[in-house]
Design a protein around this ligand. Sequence first.
Ligand SMILES: Cc1cc2nc3c(=O)[nH]c(=O)nc-3n(C[C@H](O)[C@H](O)[C@H](O)COP(=O)(O)O)c2cc1C
Length: 327
Amino acid sequence: MVDIRTRYLGLDMRSPIIVSASGLTRSADVIADCAAAGAGAVVIKSIFEEQIEAEIAQAEDAHFTGRQLPDAYEFIRRHAHHQAIQKYLETIREARAAVDIPVIASIHCVSAGAWTHFAKQAQDAGASAIELNVFIPPMDPRRTGAEIERTYFDIAREVRHAVTIPIAMKIGPYFSGLSNFAMRLSKSVDGLVLFNRFFRLDFDIERMTMVPASMISNPSESESALRWISILSGRVHGDLAASTGFHDGRSVVKALLAGASTVQVCSALYESGVGHLTGMISDLQNWMIQHGFASINDFRGRMRQASSGDPMAFERVQFMKIQVGIE
Ligand SMILES: Cc1cc2nc3c(=O)[nH]c(=O)nc-3n(C[C@H](O)[C@H](O)[C@H](O)COP(=O)(O)O)c2cc1C
């Protein structure tokens, strides 16, 4: 039998497939289903920075206004269930008791505020690592790209001060200098998750209103993470996890060839059920057998671009071949 064990963020994992933060990981019983189907780790559904800060302000009997996104704070103040912090910590404890795979806590954040102390509480509750889903939409015309980037570093630094467990940061692809940014950011955390999938809006042309677009990805979306992991692998510090659009065992193979340590999966499990993980794992194992690989390290990173010169020149030549029609 081939060996599909891997290491991610310094954690030993029995398989490279992680169930991403989502409703599939909201409670210990569904997390147990993920483990039973073969997940190497799970990322618990995120708690939002605004939820944590709202509770801190409530406990201190302070008025909180929301520095970055006042509307988001107002929404939480009106609609949030109380004790989100305690409930989240309880989910970590219950998940740790229910499964023997790493359980990663996840925090959705946009600033480095008082909420960062929560990371220590998550660690004390038994989280194996912290994943920070940082989503700072560049909509505010007064904020420069440099200011937005600085916030990612501020968040990483504050959480690093708070905990000793590993930290991963889940980011999007929209940075003007992604290679440089990812390289610098990778020194502040233990791993990068490439990429998160931003909330999208669609138009309802009958009602003429904005509506949420589908939360479910399609397999072609994996091309973005594949491309960037193959560019960054071997160049950045720490581990890379592939995310968005990984729906089957073949795409997992591609991510590992690009240099990913792990692959996060969500939409495919919403579509086909958590049991789909088992098929993804056996497809990975069958591919390894067919190609004579005994372990993941035998082929991981074989298609990274660090070993093949200048990625920009490589891509430009491929693009020219197609556009100019030269074979
Ligand atoms: C219903 C649903 C809930 C999600 N909740 C979270 C969340 O709490 N935190 C987070 O970081 N990502 C969340 N995500 C995003 C997923 O973790 C993942 O990054 C995204 O779906 C792309 O991966 P996929 O193509 O495998 O679906 C959610 C996705 C879905 C579909």
